[in-house]
Design a protein around this ligand. Sequence first.
Ligand code: BDR
Ligand code: CA
Length: 315
Amino acid sequence: MARKVIIDCDPGLDDAMALCMALFDPRLDVLAVTAVGGNCSPAQATRNVQAIIEQLDPPRWPRLGTASAPDDGLPVDGRYLHGSDGLGDSDFEVAELHHPHPSEKLICDEIRAQPEGVVTILALGPLTNVARAFARDPELPSLVGQVVMMGGAVAGPGNITPTAEFNMYCDPNAAQAIFRSHSTKTLVPLDVTNRVVLSYDLFNRLPDELSKVGRFLRKILPPAFRGYRQQFGLEGIHVHDAVALVAVTQPELFTTEEMAGDVEVTGELTTGATVFDRRGVPAWRNNMDVAVDMRTDAVIETIIQGLNDAARREG
Ligand code: BDR
Ligand code: CA
């Protein structure tokens, strides 16, 4: 039976790529796609989620959730890499949503509508919505099957500050609430996602423009190559969220370790940093699985294959 997932995301190029794979994957039943501010503003993220679904027109449309600002506002955004609209300056037109559903409410409703432990939340952006859903319905952490999160860093540096990863930094209080919640969690941190770089060669292996998936990806991705070269001297782009999706569909490609993790919320230089008690005799209790290694080549092939399969399944 297909695995039921809610994808919470801030599209974002790599969020969009993860959606391209997920929405056509018969192993997944995507119940809802909920927007959150991060790479772009909450309003833009909401438009982008809608635009992605309209552009791809998957066989089964998920319910859509609308984003609102985090309590402390967004400290930063990702437009320097993801383009002025978060989708490579594509400026897709979208119809007005007549019955907007706030993301956190949709998350609660969808989990409540399914048997206990069945729904996976795949969180690809700041954890604002998931934390609000957990605050709104305190039983939710035990009703959700698993929360898989892209974010944080264990052994390496951050990517938006020297210590913090972008998703954690955007809403550290929300991230801390999720880390401390009694839910089953898996973290897919930068330590593994940084290893995947979509090079020009890999870009050329994406589906062609005759397919909706190919047309969409070939429109949104090219401007990012310049951004990554200018910012990081990299000849390719990171696709963190696509890696996190593979951790859901093919967990056997990853090695995980149980860890005790928390998030810094008040540090002058370290706000949003993920902290793990890795002392010989730890005092904190393990609260999540963390992806510490993966078969990188196999993950890359899975992403390319997944996108080509998606194009073939468009119908
Ligand atoms: C994360 O930050 C965002 O910019 C990406 O979409 C990804 O979710 C990587 O740090
Ligand atoms: Ca993201």
